[in-house]
Design a protein around this ligand. Structure first.
Ligand SMILES: [Zn+2]
Length: 167
């Protein structure tokens, strides 16, 4: 998948870099970024049953409907925001790792200082990058019961991690 990149600037260290963004109308499609910010992938959620499986288990955990819609980032209630964050984090952990990377969805990370305090989206086109399609092969190989328990383990891992406590 060829993805356009836009100017992004780290607000902590000043590093300027190109950040990939899909067009607004690319519903259900995401760019995934490695933890280091150095590797990119393309995720079409409609192509992966794992997406709905994870969504259903996370929604169950939060006691909400299992419809496909998720609240948007922005002015949402804290619980809804947590729901989105947990969901996105779990999806990232269920994607097959490439060269030891684990993935997260679509928010920019500075590759110099790994800060997430990054300004982007002013529409300044920089270029384009090739983002290879990611896969959920390892997750898809699990039985449905193991898929559910894997997602529940990851939710527990997220909720007990220092990094996310009180965020
Ligand atoms: Zn930085």
């Amino acid at each position: 998948m060829n993805v356009s990149t836009f100017r992004a600037e780290c607000l902590d260290c000043g590093y300027v870099f190109a950040f990939p963004l899909l067009p607004e109308e690319a519903f259900g499609e995401f760019v995934v970024v490695s933890e280091t910010g150095m590797a990119l992938g393309y995720l079409n959620s409609f192509a992966h049953p794992a997406w709905d499986t994870i969504h259903n288990v996370v929604s169950e955990h939060f006691g909400t409907s299992t419809r496909r819609t998720l609240p948007r980032f922005g002015a949402v209630r804290p619980r809804a925001l947590e729901h989105v964050e947990v969901f996105q984090w779990v999806v990232g952990r269920c994607i097959d790792s490439a060269h030891g990377h684990s993935w997260h969805l679509s928010y920019p990370v500075c590759s110099q200082c790994r800060s997430r305090n990054v300004s982007y989206g002013n529409g300044q086109l920089v270029g384009a990058l090739e983002a290879p399609s990611i896969s959920f092969a390892a997750f898809d190989h699990l039985t449905p019961e193991h898929q559910s328990s894997r997602v529940r383990e990851l939710i527990a891992e997220y909720e007990s991690s220092e990094e996310h406590r009180g965020a």
